[in-house]
Design a protein around this ligand. Structure first.
Ligand code: UD1
Ligand code: MG
Length: 400
């Protein structure tokens, strides 16, 4: 039995490749702390749920960011929240949290986060502070590693920013480069003049800031701008005024798109689903119509599994080797053992355990029940809170 975890497989393997070519000593000498900004109101979502708790592949946005960070083993991870965001604090544990008293902007949020790593900064225990946004969930470990790698190559840089070139730069901050390609400033769309708005290179929000400069740079941010907010992005111009260099690393927009609205969320889901399907196929599963299959970030799919058209895998679904999932099935919290055949039109609800080589046929619902090895329930049944022995045959219309 060998699983590819659909979500983690791709980032993890690519980071292992990346780390294979990295000098261990250099890695150790550049420890970093991570601050994830997640205190914003998320007004544009028009929701009572904090923005970072909205789900992508059935996992809260902020958890995707933390999952991408984890393999890089930050010295400490702090998630900046607004007062009362207890559900978010629970969802991000064991990462620590810091509270931003009022939503005064990303610069002010970063300041709240810095207070929670003050001891690390004072002890010079980290070389970099990595700032990420809780609303930018498509980022991968490999790209974060590339950003930190650029810091290692350019230790004099005060900040290295992850940039992207979206098809429509719209609301994104623009990265202003000098003629020689040095990052001079980040200008928010609302503050940009016509010429700056034509710049295609945009700010993803992710940046690595030199730990020796970070407190002074963030402390110098003001709020004299279109929104009257403290913009974290201002640290670039502040650093330049002090003669400190800043750099850009470009990454694919598919990893850096920010989520501000329900439409953004749907667009990000499409990207995430393509990734999850590709990882499942790379792990040895056949998806006959991949674009119709919905997977969750934690869906586990074995080798030589076949999944037909229009199948939904909700949270906590495991499909072991050689299982066949026929079209139009809906699964949540279910385990399907090796060689089982499920569907078409089967519904597996939490606690459904389908044994090896068992058959679950059309219009059969299973909840909190164990179906023994080789057992069959082929037509129109509800099997709940039950244990079905090996090789049993459940007749059509049976209800337990
Ligand atoms: C921000 C950037 C913009 C960039 C874009 C990328 C600034 C000023 N602008 O704009 O340059 O192109 O992201 O997606 O940084 N947050 C707080 N506290 C606050 C405000 C925001 O914690 O007071 C958090 C939010 O929860 C969110 C993140 O910071 O996770 C970004 O805030 P958001 O309001 O979405 O910024 P954008 O307008 O998208
Ligand atoms: Mg945003």
């Amino acid at each position: 039995m060998r699983f590819e975890s659909a979500h983690e497989a791709q980032p993890l393997s690519s980071i292992r490749d990346a780390m294979g070519s990295t000098d261990e000593g250099a890695m150790n000498s550049r420890r970093f702390a991570a601050i994830v900004l997640a205190a914003g109101k998320g007004t544009r979502m028009k929701s009572d749920v904090p923005k970072v708790m909205h789900a992508l592949a059935n996992r809260p946005l902020v958890q995707h960011v933390l999952a991408a960070l984890a393999p890089l083993a930050p010295e400490r991870t702090v998630v900046v929240l607004a007062p009362g965001m207890d559900a978010v604090a629970a969802a991000v544990a064991p990462a620590g949290t810091a509270i931003q008293a009022a939503p005064l902007g990303t610069g002010d949020a970063a300041k709240s986060g810095l207070a929670a790593i003050d001891d690390l900064l004072a002890a010079q225990a980290v070389a970099d502070v990595l700032v990420l946004f809780g609303d930018t969930p498509l980022i991968t470990t490999a790209t974060l590693e590339a950003l930190l790698e650029e810091r290692r190559r350019a230790p004099a840089a005060a900040a290295v920013v992850l940039g992207m070139r979206p098809g429509d730069p719209a609301e994104y901050g623009r990265l202003v480069l000098s003629a020689s390609g040095v990052l001079e400033a980040i200008v928010e769309a609302k503050d940009a003049d016509a010429e700056q708005r034509r710049i295609g290179l945009c700010n993803s929000g992710v940046m690595a800031i030199d730990a020796g400069h970070v407190r002074a740079l963030v402390g110098a941010i003001g709020n004299d701008n279109a929104k009257g907010e403290y913009y974290l992005t201002d640290i670039v111009a502040i650093a330049r005024r002090q003669g400190l260099p800043c750099r850009v690393v470009e990454a694919p927009v598919d990893e850096l798109a920010g989520i501000n609205s329900r439409a953004d969320l749907a667009a990000a889901e499409a990207i995430m689903q393509r990734r999850l399907r590709a990882a499942a196929m790379a792990g040895g599963a056949t998806l006959t119509a991949p674009e119709t299959v919905f997977l969750s970030a934690d869906t586990r799919i074995g080798r030589d599994v076949t999944i037909g058209p229009f199948v939904y895998c909700g949270p906590d679904v495991v499909i072991e080797d050689r299982a066949q999932i026929l079209s139009f099935c809906h699964f949540t919290g279910a385990r399907i053992a090796a060689g089982a055949i499920v569907g078409p039109f089967a519904r597996l609800r939490p606690g459904a355990e389908i044994g090896e080589d068992a058959h679950i046929g059309n219009f059969v619902e299973v909840k909190k029940a164990k179906i023994g090895r080789g057992a069959k329930a082929n037509h129109l049944s509800y099997i709940g809170d039950a244990e079905i022995g090996a090789k049993s045959n459940i007749g059509a219309g049976t209800i337990t």
